[in-house]
Design a protein around this ligand. Structure first.
Ligand code: NAD
Length: 372
């Protein structure tokens, strides 16, 4: 049985000390803290300098174990701006045609793939073939077949493959997971995950099947799928799902707008989840067991995450998710540490298998069995 002490020990520097490093802290304090760290540092190239790549790069400025040392982009102007901001030399900058040459670059240990979903497959495999560890954004790929191939090719290349599941390091999330592991909720019977937002610009890649690989489910519904698994601590054995579309122009064939899905687990526990691109203020987890409950809202946004259980409010302080994630991922890659909730390629693949099953169930109207 995992104890609270084990849990607190696992929340290393980043989770316990980094809350002190709020935006209000003077940079000199941060720097002096960095100066005291003499351990290994993961040197990371970001591929895809878009919205989320920008957020990750900013968060990494506060990391002690991870550092941005390279850039991969198809837009020279962005590369120049990032080079100036992060002091990246020309020799560490690549585009999508020549990034295989990163194999000969000793300044880069890992590539963080933050490109549109359907490109992850090619980008991850090329990064692995170049001998670099890979962190890939969610969804890891657009179907389980691709995901299996990515896991296999990264193993063959002897590099680690991690998925950008930032919630797996988020302190309040871990507080609830630890309570469940400690038996504080008793036997857990039910999880509810509601994840969505109202999507804007109809021309963005998220609404283009060729680049997104799907719709809301692969983008935001995946948080409910993944959350059901880490909150219940089991793997689902069946899926049922129903889809509805109110805008056939915006949400074309293969791009889902709203899906309700249910997951059944070996213990008899159930999950009921909603994934949508058509409703705002939808970011909620609820878990109930024979002795208690947890509710989190917001549950997977950039935070602060808020929540309470039958024992009271969740109290762990907010930490910038991506700072925590990148420090912990650096430790996984460089020091072989084990995260409290796994973030490897196999973990990403399980979600892809569930996504495939949800789409299949929407199409057939049938219950789909799973063997994860
Ligand atoms: P974005 O559109 O802001 O950025 C995508 C980047 O990919 C851009 O810089 C774009 O130039 C580049 N790109 C390369 N080839 C492209 C092509 N053929 N077409 C379009 N763009 C191309 O998107 P984003 O929000 O940064 O999302 C990128 C990835 O990050 C997605 O997989 C998404 O699911 C993931 N993401 C994760 C989180 C999280 O919290 N973990 C949050 C947002 C996005």
């Amino acid at each position: 049985m995992h104890t609270r002490r084990d849990f607190l020990q696992k929340l290393t520097y980043t989770a316990l000390a980094a809350p002190l490093l709020s935006a209000a802290q003077p940079l000199t304090f941060l720097n002096s803290n960095h100066d005291t760290y003499n351990g290994p540092v993961l040197r990371v190239a970001i591929m895809g300098l878009g919205g989320y790549g920008t957020r990750v790069a900013q968060a990494m400025e506060l990391c002690k174990k991870a550092k941005l040392t390279g850039l991969i982009s198809g837009t020279p102007k962005k590369v120049q701006q990032w080079q100036a901001k992060y002091n990246i030399p020309d020799k560490n900058c690549y585009n999508y045609e020549n990034f295989d040459e990163v194999r000969d670059n000793p300044d880069i240990d890992a590539i963080y793939v933050i490109t549109p979903n359907a490109l992850h497959y090619e980008h991850v495999i090329r990064a692995a073939k170049a001998g670099k560890h890979v962190i890939c954004e969610k969804p890891m790929a657009i179907n389980a077949k691709e995901g299996e191939d990515m896991v296999r090719k990264c193993k063959e290349a002897n590099v680690k493959l991690l998925v950008g599941y930032r919630m797996h390091f988020e302190p309040k999330t871990l507080e609830v997971v630890q309570m469940r592991r400690n038996g504080d909720f008793g036997k857990v019977h039910f999880f509810q995950g509601q994840c969505g937002f109202r999507i804007g610009d109809p021309n963005q890649w998220r609404l283009n099947k060729d680049l997104a690989g799907g719709g809301a489910l692969v983008d935001i519904g995946i948080y409910a799928i993944n959350g059901a698994r880490y909150m219940l601590g089991e793997e689902p054995v069946w899926v049922t799902a129903q889809e509805t579309k109110t805008d056939l122009v915006k949400f074309k064939e293969g791009v889902d707008e709203t899906i309700l899905f249910q997951l059944g687990f070996p213990s008899g526990a159930l999950a009921a989840c909603l994934s949508t691109y058509n409703m705002n203020n939808l970011d909620r987890f609820f878990l109930t067991g024979e002795k208690g409950f947890a509710e989190m809202q917001p549950s997977t946004g950039y935070g602060p995450i808020e929540g309470r259980t039958h024992k009271g409010k969740l109290t762990h302080p907010h930490v910038t998710h991506q700072t925590l994630q990148m420090d912990e991922m650096a430790a996984i890659i460089l020091e072989d540490t084990n995260p409290i909730i796994t973030v490897d390629g196999e973990e990403g693949l399980k979600d892809l298998k569930i996504i495939d099953a949800i789409y299949k169930s929407c199409k057939t109207g049938e219950k789909v069995t799973l063997a994860l």
